[in-house]
Design a binder for this molecule. Structure first.
Ligand code: ZN
Ligand code: ZN
Length: 151
């Protein structure tokens, strides 16, 4: 996998300016699997670049996404999350705390099936399972137990 500097050098050849801010944003995205929102990236990178605006984050993630180096997971009215891994992989999302986790497994048989039965060429997919993460599930159990004890 390429690191932030290699990616930014490739982009520089396409005429996109290599800035330390962009490097910091990309380094953060490549180093985490928490799928941060633009606001979360901002809070992280701002520690090093105090003058940085949220607009810089939005512009940078948009540019990185357009060039295929990162992936955007959009959630309707909720903030999009950004993934430093643009390869196909799927996600499990907690509906309570909003955390998104990677689940790495591919579907070669499913893709093959679509291609041979439907003549459809799969170029990518987004598959996400919604539910409750273990931490939230535990919190629900605790509430239930407390309610049961109160009765
Ligand atoms: Zn949760
Ligand atoms: Zn992911």
């Amino acid at each position: 996998m390429m690191d932030a500097i290699q990616i930014l050098r490739q982009l520089k050849e396409k005429g996109i300016r290599f800035t330390p801010q962009r490097q910091a944003i990309l380094e953060f995205l490549l180093s985490t699997d928490t799928h941060p929102t633009a606001e979360e990236i901002y809070h992280h990178v701002k520690q090093r670049f105090t003058g940085m605006s949220l607009g810089t984050i939005y512009n940078t993630v948009k540019m990185l996404k357009e060039h295929g180096y990162i992936m955007e997971l959009s959630y309707g009215e909720m903030s999009s999350r950004f993934d430093g891994n643009p390869e196909n992989h799927y996600h499990i999302a907690c509906q309570k705390c909003g955390r998104v986790f990677d689940y790495n497994r591919s579907f070669p048989d499913l893709e093959q099936e679509m291609e041979s039965h439907q003549g459809f060429q799969v170029q990518g997919y987004r598959l996400e399972f919604f539910g409750l993460c273990s931490a939230c599930l535990q919190a629900v159990d605790t509430v239930k137990t407390a309610e049961a004890e109160a009765e």
